[in-house]
Design a protein around this ligand. Structure first.
Ligand SMILES: [Ca+2]
Length: 498
């Protein structure tokens, strides 16, 4: 069921590099020379999309990629997104030194489908992962290794690749990260683990490890970067933080936000004391990320790898603690007085993610990107940025946003985007969404009386559902037509029900 194709040439390139890796172990001094010759060859041998990427200056080799992926992190946790009631000095500095995307989104607002989309550039129905994978009820589900991933392409072109932290794309061995593009894995395959003293897998062995997860996976990532400093590498650091449970954190992380007065959403019936406590615990967890990103960035500086490392910081989806009277993400529950149970949703708070990108000399410092991008776009963007481009015959849905990272524009870039969420845990929902910078339509195929339409230009907080308002019937019809067009374009299973 490989719907994004399997270029056989990748395998031949990978075999060549495996040979180089073996030589590297026995003759490290010769590796650089061999690698450089091989890289020159590959520049001519592969199809690249580098032509549309700005190159302010030539890079001596392909950039390393430090991909930092957090779990359930809202943009309101970051100073860089205009929130003074936060404590994220490192991430704010990263934003000042690089680009911040003001309209970055996930196409599905829960863990596993978002992560599958990141890896494959495909929508949740295309990879067959529509809700988060429940290790208890779905132990045999996962991301089929037949889908090509961008780490797999980097690996085939000589990158040392390693995943640290959360996978959540299958428990069984044939879904292991090492089957989807990573040379090595240090972390956990399921959706979560305890913040302190977690069970983590290293060299295929799972064992309880003393310490905090954020610190442990960063320790291992630092070791990996040091070991591969003279080569080209991808470090995918997938923090479990700030996913629930938020606590415990280190005393230092808790103390950093203990007295913080956090502005709370103006929602009737909000249990303000409880929400404040939860938000402080959540921000303490975010602080553990910020502190550890600081350690990673410091190592890049120490090794003089700043200018040749693309750093991407993002999250799998957004999050609410009180916004709209809800708690959690696309499968949020009510937290306000008088309401209980789940509220499946695709509010901006659930679908928007932070996205900060840095590479000094290539990404302009302080750039704010207004264009709409999604997590599906990382695949084509990263491969274009490092000068590889997409493998021939590959069919993915994500787009190449590399020119945007460089401060440029892409002709006819479409700022509307399509999302899906088939919720099956806690409650059934079949949501399809079309969002433009001005309006958003969410159709609930499980119960069309729940359809939602928001005028984002006049009501960015999405407080007034206009779905049944005759005054906007024309707008609704236009959005609905576009939504159906997108659904048909990807052969969405829900089109079969109409
Ligand atoms: Ca998540």
């Amino acid at each position: 069921m490989r719907s994004n194709a399997s270029p056989g040439y990748l395998r031949s390139i990978a075999r060549a590099f495996q040979g180089l890796r073996r030589q590297r172990k026995s003759a490290p001094s010769a590796f650089g020379m061999i690698c450089s010759v091989a890289a020159t060859f590959l520049n001519f041998a592969t199809v690249t999309a580098a032509d549309d990427v700005r190159h302010p200056k030539a890079t001596p080799q392909r950039p390393n990629v430090l991909f930092i992926y957090t779990d359930d992190q809202a943009t309101w946790t970051l100073g860089a997104y205009g929130r003074p009631d936060t404590r994220t000095p490192v991430l704010d500095r990263l934003a000042r030194e690089g680009a911040t995307f003001d309209a970055a989104f996930t196409t599905t607002p829960v863990c596993s489908p978002s992560r599958a989309g990141l890896m494959t550039g495909l929508y949740s129905t295309q990879v067959g992962i529509r809700d988060w994978l429940n290790p208890q009820s779905e132990p045999k589900a996962g991301l089929a290794p037949a889908f090509l991933t961008w780490p797999e392409v980097l690996k085939a072109h000589g990158y040392a690749t390693m995943l640290f932290g959360k996978w959540h794309l299958g428990l069984e061995d044939h879904f292991h990260p090492t089957r989807s593009g990573f040379d090595d894995f240090y972390g956990f395959r399921a959706g979560g683990t305890t913040p302190r003293d977690p069970v983590l897998e290293a060299d295929g062995v799972s064992a309880k490890r003393p310490g905090f997860v954020s610190d442990l996976i960063t320790d291992r990532a630092l070791q990996f970067i040091r070991e591969n400093a003279s080569g080209t590498w991808l470090a995918a650091v997938h923090f479990r933080e700030p996913h629930a449970p938020y606590a415990p954190t280190t005393d230092d992380d808790a103390a950093a936000v203990a007295g913080l007065e956090i502005a709370l959403p103006d929602v009737p019936g909000l249990p303000r004391e409880r929400v404040m406590k939860l938000r402080r615990e959540y921000l303490a967890s975010v602080r553990s990320i910020d502190r550890n990103v600081g350690r990673l960035i410091a190592l890049l500086a120490e090794l003089k790898l700043d200018e040749n490392t693309l750093v991407i910081f993002t999250s799998d989806h957004g999050y609410m603690i009180g916004e709209h009277g809800l708690h959690h993400k696309g499968n949020a529950s009510w937290i306000v007085a008088g309401k209980t149970g789940p509220r499946p949703n695709m509010f901006d708070n659930a679908i928007q993610v932070p996205l900060i990108v840095r590479q000094p000399g290539r990404v302009p410092a302080g750039l704010r990107v207004k264009r709409t991008v999604t997590q599906l776009d990382h695949f084509a963007t990263i491969l274009a940025w490092v000068g590889l481009g997409l493998p021939p015959n590959l069919k993915i849905e994500g787009r190449n946003a590399a020119p945007l990272l460089a401060g440029g524009e892409v002709k006819d870039w479409d700022d509307s985007y399509f999302g899906q969420y088939d919720m099956k845990h806690y409650k059934e929902a079949r949501m399809r969404m079309i969002r433009t910078p001005k309006a958003k339509l969410i159709r609930h195929f499980e119960d069309t009386s729940l359809d939602e339409l928001y005028d984002l230009a006049a009501d960015p907080g999405e407080t007034k559902n206009l779905a049944a308002d005759p005054a906007v019937a024309k707008l609704r019809a236009e959005l609905e037509a576009e939504l159906l067009r997108r659904m048909h374009a990807i052969d969405d299973p829900l089109t079969k029900r109409e």
